[in-house]
Ligand binder design. Structure first.
Ligand SMILES: *Cc1c(COP(=O)(O)O)cnc(C)c1O
Length: 403
């Protein structure tokens, strides 16, 4: 039987249709100028995104992944260094740490927010590191623990008050992986990217602000760091052809910047729509008797079939993803596919169990909350243009499965 509706996980076409004319003329302007590399559109985007993220400087780069990599390079993190991060995130977070020559040092997540747990970071430092002469060393490897890379997963800011406190105590640099969190605020109204040394953003098409291909940006309040990022972006040459540093080609395309400049003024309205959709789901699952929304953090009600994401009511979760914990996750996902509802698992294998990180010698059970999240979570459609009837159809399809 054909399903009554099709609700994809993400449909970018309605957003494009609404802005088609403006985007086409912005692209045409770049074509007419034939200035494709680090032109005025890149400069304008850097200024506007830095302001939006409440930072001083913006450095446009080729992707969110390259934003992380060049941030690590700018902070001089390399062989012999270690970076504390979450094992429950997109691969690039730890992938770039390894590519910089450093070692990812994983810490388990908070089961309610899915973000790195400050308590786990403290425990790791207390149990496995020595702090001497302003340096933190991993006792087993001898490596120097140099930085902390929190991820604001799904669009909610990690517990930066506690994490910045730890970073201050141990002299750690902080790189925020804000690829999923542009415009997210914490409970004190502080914005993602405004806490650490560098904030890293992605404009991959599925992010809240998506380009027409790959693009990213680093933001910082530190003038010297901004200068290093800018130089590393063009192979480390300054002046051109004179290299004190080894960088790479990490440039943001002028065409991508032109598209993003058209989209940026709409970002807050899109985020508001995502937040409305999330509230619709929260109410809908509660009304269907599947979850008691508002009862408190997800883990406080482990008996319900659907545990809706907990968002700090004082903060601004931007819902790059709306991720529920559910019973019988894989069977539910199959059922939803048959009903025409698109879903995704972010992420099925935590990073400490990835084959490429076998050399870190982790075993299943090392980070139980990350592993449980990988087994129990499912992302539902949340994009801004979803209608109430589509959202209700998703709720009804899930209710039908548990009935
Ligand atoms: C998307 C993403 C990245 C990488 O961004 P790209 O632009 O795809 O390279 C890094 N970290 C997280 C958490 C992401 O979601």
């Amino acid at each position: 039987m054909r399903p009554r509706m099709q609700v994809p996980l993400l449909d970018l076409k309605p957003q494009y249709r609404a802005l088609q004319g403006e985007i086409q003329s912005a692209i045409e302007k770049v074509c007419a100028s034939q200035a494709f590399i680090l032109g005025p559109a890149v400069k304008e985007l850097e200024r506007r995104i830095a302001e939006y993220s409440r930072c001083r400087y913006g450095i446009g780069v080729s992707s969110g992944t390259d934003a992380l990599l060049v941030a690590l390079m700018a902070l001089d993190i390399g062989p012999g260094d270690e970076v504390i991060t979450s094992p429950y995130t997109f691969f690039a977070t730890a992938g770039t740490i390894a590519r910089a020559g450093a070692r990812p040092l994983f810490c388990d997540i908070d089961p309610v927010t899915f973000n790195i747990a400050p308590g786990a970071v403290r425990a790791l430092i207390a149990e496995r590191c020595d702090s001497r002469g302003g340096e933190l060393r991993n006792r087993r490897t001898g490596g120097r623990v140099k930085a902390l890379m929190p991820v604001h997963l799904y669009g909610q800011v990690a517990d930066m008050t506690a994490l910045m406190q730890i970073a201050g105590e141990y002299g750690l640099r902080v790189i925020e992986d804000a690829a999923q969190a542009i415009g997210a605020d914490d409970a004190e109204g502080r914005r993602a990217c405004s806490f650490g040394d560098v904030g890293c953003l992605s404009f991959f098409p599925t992010k809240n602000l998506g380009a027409f291909g790959d693009a990213g940006l680093c933001v910082t309040r530190d003038a010297a760091l901004a200068e290093r990022l800018e130089v590393l972006r063009v192979h480390g040459g300054k002046p051109k052809y004179y290299h004190a540093l080894i960088g790479g080609n990490f440039r943001l395309d002028e065409l991508q910047a032109a598209v993003l400049n058209v989209k940026l003024p709409h970002l807050d309205a899109w985020t508001d729509a995502r937040r409305r959709n999330a509230a619709f789901y929260d109410r809908g699952f509660a009304a269907a008797g599947l979850a008691d929304a508002g009862a408190g953090p997800a883990d406080a009600r482990p008996e319900s079939a659907v545990r809706t994401p907990w968002a700090d009511p004082r903060g601004r979760h931007i819902y790059n993803q709306y991720v529920v914990r559910v019973r019988e996750r894989d069977r539910l996902r199959q059922h939803l596919a048959e009903q025409g509802v698109g879903t995704e698992i972010y992420y099925p294998v935590p990073l400490h169990l990835q084959q490429c990180f076998a050399y870190l010698e982790h075993r299943a059970g090392d980070f139980p909350e990350a592993e449980r999240a990988a087994r129990e979570t499912l992302a539902l459609p949340i994009y801004p243009e979803l209608s109430d009837s589509e959202l209700q159809y998703v709720v009804d399809s899930i209710a039908g499965f548990y009935r």
